[in-house]
Design a binder for this molecule. Structure first.
Ligand code: DC
Length: 195
């Protein structure tokens, strides 16, 4: 069975939590595509060469979740050559046998417009920054400005900017618990599987 769940949305909206939960519930494979860009940013050197030569070891680095790695990822992600180098891998993953969930910024719009389920997961900047702050700690105002800056860069770039696909279902997690958001997303996947 070829079946793709595309999840897009801004930083710390809950895409990863929802993506992992869908994968576990339905036995699909999950790809956090932000990790690809984080690994390219962390590798240093020429970003396009880094993107073309990514290895599993690059993705297993332990420093990819930091705020600095997020900012570096957002910067290299604006480069069309970097995005182009990562497209084939993501497309193959999306259409591989057995079902796949991908979360990112351009999955439903560019990587897999034919996805059977498209979700756009969002929340207020304040809620997202608070969640990120619970993970990374530090100064809350700095975390909020980092989230806002990254949203702006990801939304305003010309190469595959963050935006909801026209046929995506919006899930606003501002006032939802993780369990509620997951339940909503799983119900949409189940409905599409039964169609
Ligand atoms: O999802 P994340 O916070 O780990 O993503 C880090 C950065 O990578 C994000 O700010 C923009 C970029 N990104 C992207 O441009 N396209 C994707 N599909 C995923 C991430």
């Amino acid at each position: 069975m070829i079946f793709t769940v595309a999840i897009d949305g801004p930083a710390a909206a809950g895409k990863g939590t929802i993506g992992r939960a869908i994968a576990a519930r339905f036995g699909f494979r999950h790809l956090d595509t932000g990790l690809l860009y984080r690994a390219v940013g962390a590798k240093g050197g020429d970003p396009a060469s880094a993107a073309r030569s990514l290895t599993p070891d690059d993705l297993a680095r332990h420093d990819l979740r930091s705020m600095e790695a997020g900012q570096a990822a957002s910067r290299v992600a604006a480069l069309p050559e970097v995005r182009a180098a990562l497209v084939d891998f993501q497309r193959r993953f999306a259409r591989s046998e057995g079902g796949a969930v991908l979360d990112g910024r351009d999955i439903g719009t560019v990587i897999c417009p034919e996805a059977e389920v498209k979700l756009y997961v969002t929340a207020s900047a304040e809620r997202r920054a608070h969640r990120r702050w619970l993970e990374v700690g530090g100064d809350a105002a700095t975390v909020l400005s980092e989230v806002v800056e990254r949203d702006r860069r990801d939304t305003e770039r010309s190469a595959a900017p963050l935006k909801a696909a026209a046929d995506a279902v919006m899930i606003d997690t501002s006032d939802l618990s993780a369990d509620e958001a997951v339940a909503r997303a799983c119900a949409l996947v189940l409905a599409a599987l039964n169609r």
